[in-house]
Design a protein around this ligand. Sequence first.
Ligand SMILES: [Zn+2]
Ligand SMILES: [Zn+2]
Length: 448
Amino acid sequence: MGRILGRLFVCGTLLLITFIGYSSQIFVIWPWYGHELSVELLTLLIPFNALLGMVLWNYYLVVTTDPGRVPREWQPNFQSEEGYEVKKLTRGPRYCRTCENYKPPRAHHCRQCKRCVLRMDHHCPWVNNCVGHFNYGYFIRFLFYVDMACTYHLIMVTRRVMSATSSKFWDEPSYTELIFIILNYTFCGPVLLAVGGFSIYHFNALLKNTTTIEGWEKDKVATLVRRGKIQDIKFPYHIGTRKNIEAVLGANAWLWCWPTKTSGSGLKYPVADPTDPRAESWPPKDPHAYPSADPNHVFTLPESPWTYENGSLNPNLQPSNLTRRASSSRRRRGHTKDGQVISSVPPYHPDYRPPGDDEDFSDSPPASETSTLAEESQPRRLVRRGSEGYEVHAIDREGMLQEYVTSQMREPGRYNVYMPDSPSASEDEEDEDVPLATRVESWRNEAA
Ligand SMILES: [Zn+2]
Ligand SMILES: [Zn+2]
């Protein structure tokens, strides 16, 4: 059904092109020039037919050219540095599960074509084919010639209309001519508007060497960067405007408008910065999107039967999102709920997290199930609560300071500790504490 529908679309498109192209010449221009072949008529129609020919030729090429398929058993070069980087950064090279084959850079699987397509741009129902590496050039030329031919056509028909209204001679079109003028406007106007808008998008994409799919990927990456999930990354295939065009339309600028075969295998593309290992891993993935896909993630059973799944705390004892948000806003202001200023040097306040430390309570499993936890020198203390698991027990700043000092003192020889002498050992300084007036009084008594 899909194949028949696709062919119907192609027939419809061809019908539309030929109708606009030839009905205007046969039923509008030919009668206007008095059904006679003249030099003026030829100078008007030859350029138009040349444009029309290019539209049809490029259309034929887009429909019949294979956009490029991935060779069976193709795989990335794992030995090369790039291959290694691909694996390291994207957690495995790109792979198509449907085709059961690796995907070269910029290739995507097309559901309609039921296969992977090299440098896939989009699946176009109007050409019943995917637009990819080998026919993207024809597609761009087709759009260009449709724009040119439609503009020429509209100018030509409009001139005919103008001649009828402003001519010195009465040059009223016949009934048939009038119908075809109206029909040509009704078909050509919307086609130029639609294809024109589409062309602007694709010419812009050509200048940036971006496919339609990569345009969406760029938007997605921009969102991830904005949310702080990944580092900013430049689109790797933008290698300069001139080179971007050459990559699609060929190195010879005189032949850009002439249908030429696209060079390259479609399996590898030059990147702007070959030294950047991230270039080979486009598009960057959201690291938080598929945590289970992380091969380094190992599921471990909790040591204690009292803890909840994967060593986490009793969910009822964990702070709710509301409290977390409130505490984080307090943290931002640098104060705790008691009004204390959070210290960013040790000893740390229980609310203080060193930058980059995204660990949650649930990520720190309890050391053991016995009460030795209380002896831990960590500021956050876990206290057993029977069958309920563990709860976080807050300790005050004073206790924390005590604990910190003790932990620092445990290391012998690290600090020279000042130990004050006992009062009895320093007899000479004994009267230091006695007020001067009292001492003078005693001297007077001695003298007397
Ligand atoms: Zn595939
Ligand atoms: Zn397709």
